[in-house]
Design a protein around this ligand. Structure first.
Ligand SMILES: [Fe+2]
Length: 128
């Protein structure tokens, strides 16, 4: 494995771990019960993604709470109509980040596809 791949995996692993805390914290904060259930499901999937990248990196990382603190605050301040597109953009950005490694590491391919679906899922919460 190239050094640049390891760097990508570690960054991805950290991002996925942080996303688990973020989605669970958001699930606690949102008013809509369907939104909360959706975010708990996304949190579980991000946890699976973290384990995929842990396998690839061979390292154990600690989740950071920053996003889990800030994102629920943003929910209260700017509301879901403005927050959810920002979250969806993070998911779509991950698709682009993972695409080059997904070509060489097949286990990243389904992770990449999940992030696209996550973006779509979060955007769909605005159309109910
Ligand atoms: Fe993910």
């Amino acid at each position: 494995m190239e050094q640049s791949d390891l760097k990508t995996f570690l960054k991805a692993q950290q991002g996925e771990l942080d996303a688990v805390l973020m989605y669970n914290a958001l699930a606690d904060a949102v008013k809509d019960r369907n939104d909360a259930e959706t975010f708990r499901r996304l949190a579980a999937e991000e946890g699976h993604h973290a384990s995929v990248f842990k396998q690839l990196s061979g390292q154990t990382l600690t989740p950071k709470k920053t996003l889990a603190t800030v994102v629920p605050l943003f929910y209260k301040i700017i509301g879901k109509k403005r927050l959810y597109p920002i979250i969806a953009k993070f998911e779509y950005d991950a698709v682009n980040t993972y695409a080059p490694v997904a070509q060489r590491f097949s286990e990243v391919e389904s992770v990449k596809n999940d992030e696209k679906r996550h973006g779509d899922t979060v955007m769909a919460l605005l159309n109910k």
